[in-house]
Ligand binder design. Structure first.
Ligand code: ZN
Length: 224
C-alpha cells in the first residue's frame, strides 16, 4: 500500500487530462500549461532522478500501483527529515487502451490489491497517460526554470568525448547487467579529459567501463 494514495491533492495548480491553465497576467505574452506539460516535466525529472537527488535535493518517487486498479503515480518532494514532506509535483497516470491515442510511457501494469491474501498481479506492458497533475511550486519560479534547464542539459548525449567536454557534461555510468546491480559512478570532466589525452574514443571508453560491484562490462551512460 502507498501512504500517498489517500492524501488529498492541495494544489497551486491542479489539472486533469485535457485541461490547461493560463499563467501570469501578461496579456501580450500569454502562457498556458497543460496536465501533460507537468507530467512530462515530472517524467523527465524521474529519468534523471539520480541528478535531481544529488544536485537539487529532491526525492522522486514512482509508485507503480496506488489503488489496486493500476493507477501509477509520480511524487516529487524536497528531500527532508520530515516524515511526510509536501509534494512539489504529483502526477497520476492511468493505462490507456486507445491504440492510436497519445501516451507518455510504456510500463508493466501492476495491480496490487492491497490485501495479503491476493498477490500482486503483473498484467504486462501497457501504455500510460496522465490523468491528473498538481504542482505546489510556481511553473515559472527560479527553481522550476532551473529544473527545465537541467533536463535540457542532461538530455544531451554527444557522440564524442570532446563533445562531452564542450557541452560541459559529466558522465553518469550505471551497470546495466541486472535489476539489482545499478551501482552508479560519475566520471568528472577531469576524468573525461584524461581519457581524451590517453587517445580513447567514446566507443573505446564504453567497452572499457566495468562495474565495480559485479564486474560486468555492460554500462549505460548518461549526462550528469
Ligand atoms: Zn554491476
Amino acid at each position: 500500500m502507498d501512504a500517498h494514495a489517500d492524501k488529498p491533492i492541495i494544489p497551486n495548480v491542479l489539472l486533469r487530462q485535457g485541461e490547461t491553465v493560463k499563467l501570469g497576467d501578461d496579456a501580450a505574452n500569454p502562457q498556458e500549461i497543460s496536465c501533460d506539460d507537468i507530467a512530462k516535466l515530472a517524467l523527465a525529472m524521474h529519468d534523471h532522478s539520480y541528478f535531481f537527488s544529488l544536485c537539487r535535493g529532491l526525492s522522486i518517487r514512482f509508485s507503480r500501483d496506488l489503488n489496486g486498479s493500476g493507477t501509477q503515480g509520480l511524487f516529487i518532494t524536497k528531500e527532508s527529515n520530515e516524515a511526510d514532506p509536501p509534494n512539489l509535483i504529483q502526477v497520476l497516470f492511468r493505462q490507456t487502451y486507445d491504440k492510436d491515442g497519445e501516451f507518455l510511457y510504456e510500463a508493466d501494469l501492476i495491480m496490487d490489491r492491497g490485501k495479503d491474501y491476493e498477490p500482486t498481479v503483473n498484467k504486462g506492458k501497457h501504455r500510460f497517460m496522465a490523468e491528473a497533475a498538481a504542482m505546489e511550486i510556481d511553473w515559472n519560479s527560479d527553481e522550476t526554470q532551473q529544473w527545465r534547464l537541467d533536463i535540457e542539459r542532461l538530455s544531451k548525449s554527444p557522440d564524442t568525448l570532446t563533445g562531452w567536454i564542450e557541452d560541459d557534461l559529466e558522465m553518469l555510468v550505471r551497470c546495466d547487467s541486472g535489476f539489482f546491480c545499478r551501482k552508479p559512478a560519475i566520471l568528472t570532466k577531469k576524468d573525461l579529459k584524461q581519457y581524451i589525452a590517453a587517445g580513447l574514443s567514446l566507443e573505446d571508453l564504453k567497452t572499457r567501463l566495468k562495474c565495480s560491484k559485479c564486474g560486468q562490462r555492460r554500462a549505460r551512460i548518461a549526462a550528469f
